[in-house]
Each structure stands twice: as C-alpha cells, then as structure tokens.
Design a protein around this ligand. Structure first.
Ligand SMILES: Cc1cc2nc3c(=O)[nH]c(=O)nc-3n(C[C@H](O)[C@H](O)[C@H](O)COP(=O)(O)O)c2cc1C
Length: 183
C-alpha cells in the first residue's frame, strides 16, 4: 500500500506531526511518503492519504486548499484522513469549535473525507514575527490565546491512537520488516 502523509506547516510543528504519523505507519506493510503538500503534484500513485494542516487565522493553510483542488479525483477515490493542528482545541468547547469553523465542511463532503483529527499544536513566540503576532491576536476566535503561548501542546499519545485507528480500520498488517519509505 502506497501511503502519502502530506502536511502544510508554517513553523514546522505540523510537519513533525506528519513525520511521526509516517513513522508509525511504517510499522505496517506499506510504502510511506512524508512530504509537504506543495511538493506533491502527482497524486495518482497513492492508495491512502493522510493529510494535515496547521490552522492560521481561523482556517487551514492555502497549501491544503490547493492540494485538495489539485488532487480531488485521487482523494475521492481513495481513503483519505485529515488532521489539523491548532490551539483553540485546548479551550473548553475547542473540539466542537474547531470542527465547525476551521474546516470547510462542503469541501470535505465533496471529497468524502469524514475522519478529521483535531490536535493541539505548538506555539513558540520566538519564532513568530510581529506580523504573525498581530495576525494571531486579531484573528484568534477563542478567549484564551494569551494562555496558550510558548508551549508544545502536541499530545503524541493521542496522535498515535488516531493513526493506529486508521491502520486498524484499513486492516493494515503490522510487520517486523523495515518498510520502504521516501521522504
Ligand atoms: C500567525 C498564527 C496564527 C494562528 N491562528 C490560529 C487560529 O486562528 N486558531 C488556532 O487555534 N490556532 C492558531 N494558531 C496556532 C497554530 O495553529 C499552532 O501554533 C500550530 O501548531 C502551528 O503549526 P506549524 O508550526 O506547523 O505552523 C496560529 C499560529 C500562528 C503563528
């Protein structure tokens, strides 16, 4: 099974989540490619897509929109799972809010994507320039952004559970052999 784990990331933390998911999927009989979505032009070689984006200013990144458009036919005809990383999910109503406002449901419906993992991300204030601070401060649609600064909130156990659930659903076979991979 050829698997693409694709990501759209500005500061690298969503890319690391994709790397992690890729490593886990390599424990199954598979040929896993982990790649920035921008670098994937030809989607015809994959049997399974796991694609993720950071949320910036209330929406997934443009790279994700372009990829969904470019690869629509392949995504429609193969199992596709999506994840997003954000900080809003850390608030009390965060999961529900993120699913309601951070993903474009009509697009997902059109592509038949119904599994969305919503993961807490990472904010490192030293990596964020003043424009981004302004963007975050002016667009953030929760009430607690100031609490969620300068921390790595990624829950690797949760991400692992989500990934293994995908493998179980697809009945992927665990293997001892080193799976082939491309990066
Ligand atoms: C400029 C900027 C805007 C952001 N906007 C949001 C937002 O609207 N909602 C949210 O929950 N998180 C927001 N975040 C948090 C990011 O989703 C989180 O830090 C994510 O892990 C970043 O992923 P990356 O390192 O792959 O870019 C924002 C972060 C930045 C830097």
């Amino acid at each position: 099974m050829n698997i693409l784990v694709g990501y759209a990331s500005v500061h690298g933390s969503t890319a690391e989540v994709a790397e992690f998911i890729g490593r886990l999927l390599r424990a199954y009989e598979s040929n896993v490619t982990v790649s920035a979505l921008n670098d994937v032009q030809d989607c015809s070689n994959y049997d399974l897509f796991v694609i993720g984006s950071a949320i910036h200013a209330g929406m997934w990144l443009q790279e994700m929109s372009l990829f969904l458009e470019r690869c629509a036919d392949a995504l429609k005809s193969h199992p596709t799972h999506m994840f997003i990383t954000c900080i809003r999910v850390l608030e009390a109503d965060g999961l529900q809010h993120s699913l309601e406002y951070y993903v474009h449901q009509p697009t997902l419906d059109k592509l038949g994507i119904d599994n969305i993992g919503v993961f807490a991300g990472k904010l490192d204030v030293d990596e964020i320039d003043w424009n981004e601070r302004w963007l975050l401060a002016s667009n953030y649609d929760g009430t607690e952004s100031s609490k969620h600064i300068n921390h790595d909130y990624r829950d690797w156990q949760e991400i692992a559970n989500w990934t293994h659930q995908i493998a179980r659903t697809l009945e992927l076979k665990p293997t001892f052999e080193q799976a082939k991979h491309t990066e």
